[in-house]
Write a protein that binds this ligand. Structure first.
Ligand SMILES: Cc1ncc(COP(=O)(O)O)c(C=O)c1O
Length: 371
């Protein structure tokens, strides 16, 4: 029995809408796009939401809309996908890395202060594996030093902080619909914000800088461009897929919690393995464990045909681009290094069968001699 690392939560019913959309011939900025945006806005309880071609695009647009430029500094956690820091680099601003809190994998709030200078314009936080950062404390810092907050919510559809969906605390929340994510459109993303003028800026930046969208044009094809923009749109058939999944997301999230609880219960006596913390507010993009002899266990998973992953294997400051650009040493990112060397992401998608999860658990226990 092979166990996959991830499986999209897509049903026949969802594919019908995708097919219908493709057959209609209206393939981009159509009905499904606005419906998906509306439903996502309702799910996250935010004022504005806008589909984009990826979370990277959402992060890039957020940095641009904040007018980040050369000479500005942006604080980013040392442990994330490279898209988080790349979005800063695209603007010419400087990425300033902060080590993580090993318990959560999130930015170490206590270490943020030491990295703030007169040039610090923004902080990008990542809610690792769907577990929220200490947003209240981070917001206090942002307020005190007049720094903008961007939330990288690539792991976090369904994550809450004190009963508010994440992405609502910063100027923007940037979500990913990459295939391994809780919701997928193949490639794709969503940006949420509660700020009207920021939303209007993003809308223009996302589509070439054009001042009127298709429904606002008096005469076909007439519009003006007052500033540069990109083509970061999501297609309407991708939106159809996303729309169906956000409508069914409650059940998806419920299953993730059941699977996470079972991992925690089953592995609690395995001294060599530490599980990520459980929280009702977590959305469990993956279920992370931290283990002794990690690489040997990875080999065992491969041998037993169990798909797992690592988030992430290389801390951002030790990636060649960043290491050379900023002359960085890992001495300042010790926790990120340990995290990178010990974590494994286990499957936690809703269609994971009981017997498949049992196999994952059995392989771990056997590996450490608990059977
Ligand atoms: C934390 C984080 N941020 C950003 C991204 C980029 O997302 P996308 O692939 O949708 O551009 C990812 C991708 O997995 C991610 O994990």
């Amino acid at each position: 029995m092979n166990v996959k690392f991830s499986k999209p939560n897509i049903y026949e019913e969802d594919l019908k809408l995708v097919k219908k959309t493709i057959k209609s011939g209206w393939l981009t900025h159509g009905k499904n796009t606005s419906l998906f945006e509306q439903k996502f806005k309702a799910y996250t309880n935010s004022k504005y939401s806008i589909t984009v071609s990826s979370c990277t695009a959402a992060l890039h647009l957020s940095c641009l809309a904040l007018d980040l430029k050369k000479g500005d500094e942006v604080i980013v956690p040392a442990m994330s996908h490279t898209a988080t820091s790349h979005s800063v680099e695209y603007t010419g601003a400087k990425t300033v890395f902060v080590d993580i809190d090993f318990k959560t994998g999130n930015i170490d709030t206590d270490k943020i202060l030491k990295k703030i200078t007169k040039n610090t314009k923004a902080i990008i936080i990542v809610h690792m594996a769907g577990l929220s950062c200490e947003i209240d404390l981070i917001l206090k810092i942002c307020k005190k030093y007049k720094i903008k907050l961007i939330e990288d919510c690539a792991h976090s559809v369904g994550t809450k902080f004190q009963s508010t969906h994440v992405g609502n605390f910063g100027i923007s929340g940037c979500f990913s619909f990459y295939p391994t994510k809780q919701i997928t459109t193949g490639e794709g993303g969503m940006l949420i914000t509660n700020n009207k003028s920021f939303y209007n800026k993003i809308k223009k930046l996302k589509a070439f800088g054009i001042d009127k969208d298709i429904n606002q044009r008096k005469k076909q094809g007439t519009y003006d461009v007052k500033s540069l923009g990109f083509n970061y749109r999501l297609t309407d058939f991708q939106s159809a897929l996303g729309l169906k999944q956000i409508l069914n997301y409650k059940n998806n999230l419920k299953q993730r919690h059941l699977i996470a609880k079972k991992y925690i219960k089953s592995l609690k006596n395995v001294d060599e393995v530490k599980c990520m913390p459980y929280s009702n507010n977590c959305s469990f993009f993956v279920f992370q464990i931290f283990c002794k002899n990690r690489d040997k266990l990875l080999k065992k998973f491969k041998e037993k045909k169990i798909g797992v992953s690592i988030h992430y294997a290389t801390p951002l400051p030790s990636m060649t681009y960043y290491k050379n650009r900023y002359n960085l040493s890992m001495v300042n990112f010790k926790k990120a290094k340990v995290y990178a060397n010990t974590n494994i992401s286990l499957p936690v998608y809703p269609s994971l069968q009981l017997k498949e999860q049992d196999k994952v658990i059995r392989v771990i226990k056997e590996f450490y001699g608990y059977y």
